[in-house]
Design a protein around this ligand. Sequence first.
Ligand SMILES: O=C(O)COP(=O)(O)O
Ligand SMILES: [Mg+2]
Length: 219
Amino acid sequence: MTRLAVFDLDGTLVDSAPDIRAALDRLMAARGLPGFTLAEVTAMIGDGVRVLVTRALAARGQPFEQAALDRFMSDYEANAAVQTRLFPGMAEALEALRADGWRLAVCTNKPGAAARDLLGGLGLLDRMAAVGAGDSFAVRKPDPGHLQATIAAAGGAPHGAVMVGDHRNDVLAARGAGLPCVFVGWGYGPLAMADGAPVVARPEALPAELGAALDGFRA
Ligand SMILES: O=C(O)COP(=O)(O)O
Ligand SMILES: [Mg+2]
């Protein structure tokens, strides 16, 4: 029986906020504007890169500009893996899931090039049955179509799928797709975003929590 675990990327698998912050700060500095704290940046992450840059400019009283987004994208894509690491315990948790018969996929609002580079650099790209990124399909999280298209790209999930995320958008996408969701306690979204989804405290607990989420959903 192969079950499918669909992981969000930023704040769930990887701690990417320091590199996002660094690229954002270079963008702001180029415009003579002050940068942001890590906490300010994590609160801006979750709705894709366009919304991120829009929020950063708005926080400094500036309107959105395509040139700013283009600059941020090329800078970030070249520097996405400088400080970014898997969360501690995650590599072992993914191996434990695979040993338990789970297939793995990623459903992220991050652009595909940066997502694949990051996963490749961490040695995880070939572990993923699919990477559904923010620019892979016509829709993205919280639209459930993003999750459904990612599962289809992974070859389907006849024995069930669970979404693992750190943001309201992950919970909403899973709910809309009629799938269980597990919310990670180490991510960027405040716990209130779990909105009733079970919260997993540490990556080590993922195999047990994902199995329970799937069983509970079926019962
Ligand atoms: O790029 C973002 O804003 C968020 O990406 P995520 O969906 O992997 O959390
Ligand atoms: Mg996330």
